[in-house]
Design a protein around this ligand. Structure first.
Ligand code: MEV
Length: 440
């Protein structure tokens, strides 16, 4: 049977499912049951989800949890997190609770500028292009007035447009490099609309510009698109306490704990293999809140990792130091977020998440998400430099193993209690479950 199909998107939802199950599954009824059991009985809600993307056949659930006790700039938050990894919410909550009694997280938005570029080819002299750019720049901005009016009324808009000569990298390649302030919107649609208008004006004006030869007139726009690299949309977050106070979370002295912690961070600053995993731990916290608040986690991921490699080597985003008996742990992280537009006004759970956070501005959400990332990183490094990661991780994973073997509630209660003290490994849990079942 052919495994390809023409006109799939035109089929109804049930026709799509019929084709998929008969083409790819031996147990068609089982496949259909799994697909259907995630449908929402609320037709309106289901239709909303169906219409987010093309070819929706069902919904993909992730747990939506909350991490309470975050204190950020003196304000309390319970932070919503959408994530499948067992230990993340627990770790964030634990770190938040620890810092709650030590002044909480201090966060500061350093800048909120976003970037977009029109990439084009020009066949002529750069000085001539520069003269044309000086002439056309005001027109580029005025031709965007219909797009920028509302954003400008709120205090945002186009900040600047520069002409960049990239011919060292690729012959005849130039850019319009534009900077934007998009306030509470992530701004992708706004920026891309402006850029496409820049490209149109650029071509139209080049076609009638007196100073160009015919060859120069033929500006070839390759593409117009925002950049997800946002080093100037940056937030700084930190925690600090006396070294002494750190003894409360470990068996060793606060000084010994702090020194090892700082050493672990230095390793991640210097060693790319470690830095990637270190930053992955930060992104456990960041992505979970980004997702819960309806933001684009792929954009955030791409921008954050590019930032982590900005000096040519991939490094830790976070830093730590001991100075005058004070332990300080901090990071700068680029986060281009929106709290209006996109999913934020559409997805009921996203709306709920934003209400839970007190309807934050994009700047406030940058601070909250950075704090969630730093909390996660603190929890991971604390485990790594003391007990090792597996103890806590496997404790949280215990339920996954039990669910995999369809443990009953009674079996779960017994084994959770047993593994309070025993080390959780996959085989130890399976053995214990089998023993229980033999006894019964
Ligand atoms: C696991 O999801 C994240 C960690 O590996 C992060 C780290 O190693 O710092 C624990």
């Amino acid at each position: 049977m052919s495994k390809t199909i023409a006109g799939f998107s035109k089929l109804s939802k049930s026709e799509k499912i019929d084709w998929i199950v008969k083409t790819y599954f031996s147990n068609t009824e089982n496949a259909k049951t799994i697909i259907r059991q995630y449908w929402n009985t609320n037709q309106k809600l289901q239709q909303l989800h169906d219409e987010f993307i093309e070819n929706t056949i069902t919904n993909y659930y992730l747990p939506f949890g909350v991490a309470p006790n975050f204190l950020i700039n003196g304000k309390h938050y319970t932070v919503p997190m959408a994530i499948e990894e067992s230990s993340v919410v627990a770790a964030a909550s634990k770190a938040a609770k620890f810092w709650l009694d030590r002044g909480g997280f201090k966060a500061e938005v350093l800048a909120t500028t976003k970037i977009g570029q029109v990439h084009f080819m020009f066949f002529g002299d750069f000085e001539t292009l520069k003269a044309f750019f000086d002439f056309v720049k005001p027109l580029l901005i005025t031709d965007c007035k219909d797009i920028t009016r509302n954003m400008e009324r709120r205090g945002g808009g186009i900040l600047d447009i520069e002409l960049i000569n990239k011919t060292d990298a690729i012959p005849n390649y130039y850019q319009l490099h534009a900077t934007f302030e998009t306030l509470d919107a992530m701004g992708a649609n706004f920026i891309n609309s402006c850029l496409e208008q820049f490209a149109k004006t650029l071509k139209e004006q080049a076609a009638i510009y007196d100073g160009f030869s015919d060859e120069e007139r033929a500006i070839d726009v390759v593409m117009s698109i925002l950049s997800n690299y946002v080093p100037d949309c940056l937030v700084r977050v930190s925690v600090s306490c006396s070294v002494e106070e750190l003894s409360e979370i470990t068996d060793v002295s606060g000084q010994a704990f702090a020194e090892k912690f700082v050493q672990a961070v230095k390793i991640a600053e210097a060693e790319p293999y470690r830095a990637v995993t270190h930053n992955k731990g930060i992104m456990n916290g960041v992505d979970a809140v980004v997702l819960a608040t309806g933001n684009d986690f792929r954009a955030i991921e791409a921008g954050v990792h590019a930032f982590a490699a900005r000096d040519g080597q991939y490094r830790s985003l976070s830093h730590a130091k001991i100075e005058d008996d004070t332990f300080t742990f901090w990071m700068d992280i680029p986060l281009a977020l929106g709290t209006v537009g996109g999913l934020t006004g559409l997805h009921p759970l996203v709306k709920l998440a934003l209400e839970l956070l007190g309807h934050p501005s994009a700047r406030e959400l940058m601070q909250i998400i950075a704090a969630a990332g730093l909390a996660q990183n603190f929890a991971a490094l604390k485990s790594l430099t003391t007990t090792g990661i597996q103890q806590g991780h496997m404790k949280m994973h215990l339920l996954n193993i039990l669910n995999q073997f369809e443990a009953t509630s009674e079996e779960k209660t017994k084994l959770i209690s047993q593994f309070q003290d025993d080390t959780v490994t996959h085989s130890a849990v399976v053995d214990a479950l089998n023993k229980l079942r033999i006894k019964a």
